[in-house]
Design a protein around this ligand. Sequence first.
Ligand code: NAI
Length: 303
Amino acid sequence: MTIRFDNRVAIVTGAGNGLGRAHAMLLASRGAKVVVNDPGGAVDGKGGDHAAADKVVAEIKAAGGQAVASYDSVATWEGAQNIVKVAVDAFGTVDILVNNAGILRDKSFSKLDIADIELVIQVHLMGTIFCTKAVWPIMMEKKYGRIVVTTSGSGLTGNFGQSNYGAAKMGVVGLMNTLEHEGARSNIRINAISPMADTRMTGAIMDPNVQKYASPDHIAAPVAWLSSEDCNVSGEIVCAMAGSYTAVRLYQTETVRFDPANPATLDQFAEKAPALFDFEKSAQPYAGVMGMISHLPKAEPAA
Ligand code: NAI
């Protein structure tokens, strides 16, 4: 089986380095026309130059692929619209959006400036929302789309010093959970990748024994599969590192029931709390706001 992307147009944000570069190179090598988006700049988001995107475009072209550069930031609505305009002007449409762009401003929560919280949320969460919103009407109209959001273990399970980043990275999962439903009837599938790879963002803090196996190329294959026509899942989270992959879902414990007509007292609730947190008996929640609601007894018919 050879998965190809001929006649598909892909936008990869933050594709001038690390993971984005690997995603862009793989998609292009399988026939996709790729917008390599990257304003350049350091890991903390400071500075910028066109060289990052230009270099990856040159690499793709040298390998016989098709690509154009885009230098806008995902962190503004205008920027996101421009990124999509580059795709439409160059290639006529957008089929695939890989939301990958990211920065870090790590500090413990007590030391974190509000500006560093806002900027990280702006790039990761608002950037993903802006780019997805900008491609959404195109995908809805053509009734086809593949979107990948990039989450992180720092959001899924938390990591010291990354409260701003973790909040943003869990935010994109919330976005995905809703768009999974809103896009389903239009054949728009949206999934998340939770990567771990040796890039300039992580190289300095990575265990050398892990680092030697943690090429970004290990992450590109699941991202390309989630971006392909073959992708038959939506709303899933794939964790990827060094040739190992798992899928992650939210689970809920068995329902702890009280009389719906008589609210539990504080003491009654406290008594059942251990059962509430018994994850030995857990299952995936129903789609919707709260699975528990479907367990409630039916309302008595009005007399
Ligand atoms: P990287 O620093 O090598 O690449 C990130 C790219 O995003 C850079 O080229 C940067 O210029 C670009 N970028 C930054 N701000 C941007 C903006 N406003 N608009 C467009 N592009 C922008 O980092 P890496 O590791 O490749 O990260 C890629 C994604 O994967 C990020 O979202 C990151 O948070 C996520 N991630 C990475 C992990 C890892 O182990 N490397 C772990 C978990 C998540």
